[in-house]
Structure formats: structure tokens, C-alpha cells
Write a protein that binds this ligand. Structure first.
Ligand code: PMP
Length: 396
């Protein structure tokens, strides 16, 4: 075959990737060959979407809610989000003009950073991190500036290090609490220090709160509730994690109206709008019974406790008890610093899907990430398989 003369753009060479999707693809290949894989690689609840949400989606399709909508989302959903977000966070009410809806939080992050960052701007974020922030900032020619999370602080930020990384070029600071991939949760005192820093240096705080319902030992606090922070915070949230709606693709961000208009323009230029019946289902999620969300969180807590206990019994593995999200981030550095190699061994040998910590940034080296959004039975099976496989791992 002749080599194609088509070349991708230089900018596309700066894109990162969310490795979970690559590992999922390999896990599916193994399944197609007849293996039974325990899926702990991708961050999605194993629960089905609650019935009342599915019914609302079905009813919307039956009622021919299948036409284009405004690029920022249908007014009813934006109103429902504004009301939910204000009530849940205990904050002065947001309005429709603050809300921009998209097909998942991920494209909203992309459009938000596109609307915010110029080449040369610096974006400070915690390392390890959900890969989308760094990927987008790099693509835009902005400079992603990582600040390591500390295992010794149960994966919270070193606040002195954070302050030291802020320069006159820093435009935005990204926080994500509860955190992917570590499960870490920032305390109110952490948030106060971050808020002071933002005020002092006139920074925008992007607060990715997509795991705000997945918190086990404390009340969720948004940095937007701190004095002066409402106007300089952009909240990212969505339906994937709280309502088990990953495949529906529905997310949003809340921000001052001027910025919302700019992000909406990026929506208009990219996906135009989000599927109408999906947005209708989103209204049902926010306005319907909350019990399914609470039941899922209770079950996640049981799974977390069982998995962390089991991981700590494995030789060479130490694992902190994560306070939120549905990930554990055990330290495997006594076994190897080649975390991606170990993760690949776990998949190929033990048929347990997980990710090397360095997929999430340099500070993730020597850790692996497991999602415990799978049944207790699968968690027990994974622990048995990991224990049986580990002695065969060759650290060469
Ligand atoms: N932010 C974080 C921290 C995430 O972990 C994820 C999904 N893994 C997202 C945003 C995006 O979620 P979605 O696009 O499904 O709404």
C-alpha cells in the first residue's frame, strides 16, 4: 500500500488521550476471545440508569422531541440545573444564563478551555489528573502546570507548592474534588487557601465537581460558596457519575453569563446542540426521586471498604482509603515503578482491567488506578486473581 500524503496537524500532536478507553478496547478483545474480564479500568457506574430517567427519555422520543435545540441547552433543563446546583451547593441562586449544557462534561471542558485560554497562558492543575484538562490546554498552545498531589495528605494538594506555581501568566486553576484518579477530597481549609490565591492573583477557578454526589465521609463543599468565589468559579458537573448515565452523554458547566455566551459559541461551532430527548431525561434526573443516587453511593461505600481492605492484604501494595469518587489509587512502588507495565500484566495475566497511574500524569508513577464501580462479587474475584497473579510479575 502506498504511503498516504495526508499529515495530521502539528497541534494534534499535542493532544493527550484518556487511556481508559484504550484499555477498555483491549479488555473487549480478550472477552471476544472467550476470557472473562473484571472491568475496573473505566470510570462508569455498573448500575443501570434509574427507571424514571429512562422513562422520561423514552417519552421524549415518543413525543418527537428529536429536533435541534438551542446550543446552550433547552431552557427547561438549564433552569432545572440552575435550581439544582444552587440548592445542592447552598449558594445564592444561579440562573439560566449561567448554565451551558453539552453532550458530556468532557466536551464542555474542551469548549470552556477553548473559550478561556490563549497561547502562553498558564493553567495550574493537580497531578495526577483527569487527562482532558492537560490535553486541551496543550492543544491550545497554553502551558499546563502540574502540582503534585500528596499521598501523605490522602491525595490533597501541597498548598505551598501550589502557591509557588502561580505566576503572572497563570489564568486558570483547575481543581477536581472528589478527585479522579485518586479519590482525594479537598477540605474546606484547602478550599479557603485556594480561594485566597485565586483572589490575590485574579485567577479563574475551574472546579470539576462531577463526583460531588460520590462522597463518603463528609458533606460536599463547592469552592464557589466561599466569599467572592461565585463570580470567579466555573463549576463543571454532569449526569454520568451520579445518575449512571455515562452513555447518554449529558454534562454542563455553570459560570458567569459573559463566559457562558462564549462557551455557547464553541458549542454552536462544534456539536451544535445536545440530543433533545437526552436533555429531557436530564430534567427527570434532577427533579425526580433522589433515592437511587443515595442507594448507589451507599453501595459504592461498601465496595470501597471491601476493595481497600483486600488490596492492603496484597504483598507490596498499600492503599489509602479514598474519601470520594469511585477509584482507588494503591501505591505499587514496592513492586515496580513501571505502573503501566503492571497494569497491562494485571489485564493480560489476571484478566483484571486497571490503569497505570502515570496515564494521569508524572506524579502517578508507581500507582495504579482501579474503579470499584463494579459488584462486590467482581471485587472479590479481582482480589483473588490479583493475589494469584502477583508472584508471577517479572519486574524486568
Ligand atoms: N471530569 C472528570 C474528573 C471525569 O472523571 C470525567 C469522566 N471520567 C469527566 C469529567 C467527564 O465525564 P462525562 O463526559 O461523561 O460527563
Amino acid at each position: 500500500m502506498l504511503a498516504s500524503p495526508i499529515r495530521s496537524s502539528q497541534a494534534s500532536g499535542r493532544l493527550g488521550t484518556e487511556s481508559a478507553f484504550d484499555v477498555l478496547a483491549r479488555a473487549r478483545e480478550l472477552e471476544a476471545q472467550g476470557h472473562e474480564v473484571v472491568h475496573m479500568e473505566i470510570g462508569e457506574p455498573d448500575f443501570n440508569t434509574p427507571e424514571h430517567i429512562k422513562k422520561a427519555g423514552e417519552a421524549a422520543i415518543a413525543a418527537d422531541q428529536s429536533h435541534y435545540t438551542p446550543s446552550a441547552g433547552i431552557p427547561d433543563l438549564r433552569d432545572a440545573i440552575a435550581e439544582y446546583a444552587s440548592h445542592f451547593r447552598g449558594i445564592e441562586p444561579y440562573e439560566r444564563a449561567n448554565v451551558v449544557v453539552g453532550p458530556g462534561a468532557k466536551p464542555i471542558i474542551w469548549n470552556l478551555l477553548s473559550a478561556l485560554l490563549d497561547p502562553g497562558d498558564e493553567m495550574v492543575y493537580a497531578d495526577p489528573a483527569y487527562p482532558a484538562y492537560e490535553s486541551c490546554a496543550s492543544y491550545l498552545g497554553a502551558k499546563p502546570v502540574p502540582v503534585p498531589l500528596l499521598e501523605s495528605k490522602n491525595f490533597r494538594l501541597d498548598l505551598d507548592e501550589l502557591a509557588a506555581k502561580v505566576t503572572s501568566r497563570t489564568k486558570a486553576l483547575v481543581i477536581n474534588s472528589p478527585h479522579n484518579p485518586t479519590g482525594g477530597v479537598l477540605t474546606i481549609d484547602d478550599l479557603k487557601v485556594i480561594a485566597d490565591l485565586a483572589e490575590k492573583h485574579d485567577l479563574i477557578v475551574i472546579s470539576d465537581e462531577i463526583y460531588s454526589r460520590n462522597i463518603y465521609d463528609a458533606e460536599f463543599v463547592s469552592i464557589a460558596t466561599l466569599p467572592g468565589m461565585r463570580e470567579r468559579t466555573v463549576i463543571i458537573d454532569g449526569f454520568s457519575k451520579a445518575y449512571a448515565m455515562t452513555g447518554w452523554r449529558l454534562g454542563y458547566a455553570i459560570m458567569p453569563p459573559d463566559l457562558a455566551r462564549s462557551v455557547t459559541l464553541f458549542n454552536n461551532n462544534t456539536f451544535s446542540c445536545t440530543a433533545t430527548f437526552v436533555q429531557r431525561a436530564g430534567i427527570a434526573a434532577l427533579q425526580g426521586p433522589d433515592e437511587p443516587v443515595i442507594a448507589m453511593v451507599d453501595e459504592f461505600r461498601r465496595r470501597r471498604d471491601a476493595f481497600v481492605k483486600g488490596l492492603n492484604a496484597l504483598p507490596g501494595v498499600t492503599c489509602k482509603l479514598p474519601e470520594g469518587a469511585f477509584y482507588v489509587f494503591p501505591n505499587v512502588s514496592q513492586i515496580t515503578s513501571e505502573d503501566k507495565k503492571l497494569a497491562s500484566f494485571f489485564l493480560e495475566e489476571a484478566k483484571v482491567g486497571c490503569l497505570g497511574g502515570s496515564c494521569f500524569g508524572a506524579a502517578g508513577r508507581g500507582y495504579v488506578r482501579f474503579s470499584y464501580a463494579t459488584s462486590l462479587g467482581h471485587i472479590e474475584l479481582a482480589l483473588e486473581r490479583l493475589a494469584a497473579a502477583l508472584p508471577k510479575f517479572k519486574n524486568a
